[in-house]
Design a protein around this ligand. Structure first.
Ligand code: FPP
Length: 259
């Protein structure tokens, strides 16, 4: 281990991450164009950043990492870009299975899987099966995902239960969302300079802290995520309560996570 590795380890221990982090990985195409490269090169570089950021999140103790990899609306992109993204996802999954297993990362997926090409679906299913025993962190890829579609799917399942709609609660609907096994994001980050959620986790975003950076995803590095995590720790999440009430809650939360 080099001096730098040791320093990195020491620095890691200082970071108190949110438990659930969600990232909208935007700016791949513009980054590529600015470098005079085809758009798909932006996605290829973006996939390398996925590797590094996933690893960083696991190292610092994030429990659930949601990555918006392909939206339902992305199906409307030019066919060659859609094809390239599906191939990239597939390659990424096959390559990462050993590392995910080694690092205890369990793969999950959210979205409408019925639309996926069979090769991508096979890689996804294989990666989920191969990592189902992993316990360190859940990496949840949103693929062919749209929040409105997720809500409609959940509402249909709730209605099919046959319970009286008068008795429905937010928790009951949450229980049918794709995120049910993992929970709502504490922090949602969007790279690439745009200030919107683009149909990502709309219900679950209710109390999330939002962060936006101009950095395009292919240039995004763990040092920037570390500052975002540090900034997150300074925010007071009030959930509709008064500052005094929530100060107590925040103290308890930070105290618990430091132990
Ligand atoms: C948005 O950038 C990004 C996407 C539509 C795809 C994200 C995919 C990756 C980061 C790589 C593959 C993913 C994994 C999990 C291996 P954009 O193309 O809309 O960028 P632009 O706004 O600059 O055009």
């Amino acid at each position: 281990m080099t001096v730098h590795d040791k320093q990195d380890l020491l620095d890691c221990t200082k970071v108190i991450p949110p438990a659930n982090v969600a990232i909208i990985m935007d700016g791949n195409g513009r980054w590529a164009q600015a470098c005079g490269l085809p758009r798909v090169e932006g996605h290829r570089h973006g996939a390398k950043v996925v590797r590094d950021i996933t690893e960083y999140c696991r190292e610092v103790g994030v429990r659930n990492l949601y990555l918006y990899a392909f939206s339902q609306q992305n199906w409307d992109r030019p066919a060659d870009e859609v094809q390239a993204l599906m191939t990239l996802l597939e390659e990424y999954l096959w390559q990462e299975i050993p590392t995910m297993r080694e690092n205890g990362i369990k793969l999950g997926v959210m979205g409408d899987k019925t639309l996926l090409p069979s090769n991508t679906l096979r890689a996804l299913n294989q990666a989920m099966e191969a990592t189902k025993h992993c316990r360190e962190m859940n990496l949840v890829l949103a693929i062919s995902y749209g929040a409105r579609d997720e809500l409609i799917r959940a509402a249909k399942k709730l209605a099919a239960e046959g319970t009286n709609p008068e008795h429905w609660t937010p928790a009951m609907l949450s229980g049918y969302l794709d995120t049910a096994p993992y929970g709502d994001p504490d922090l949602i980050l969007r790279t690439g300079g745009e200030l919107r959620l683009s149909n990502f986790l709309l219900w679950q975003a209710s109390y999330a802290e939002l962060f936006f950076t101009d950095t395009p995803w292919p240039s995004f590095r763990r040092t920037e995520l570390e500052s975002i995590f540090n900034d997150y720790q300074t925010r007071q999440r009030r959930y509709g309560q008064t500052p005094a009430q929530t100060a107590q809650l925040t103290e308890r939360r930070v105290g618990r996570r430091k132990k």
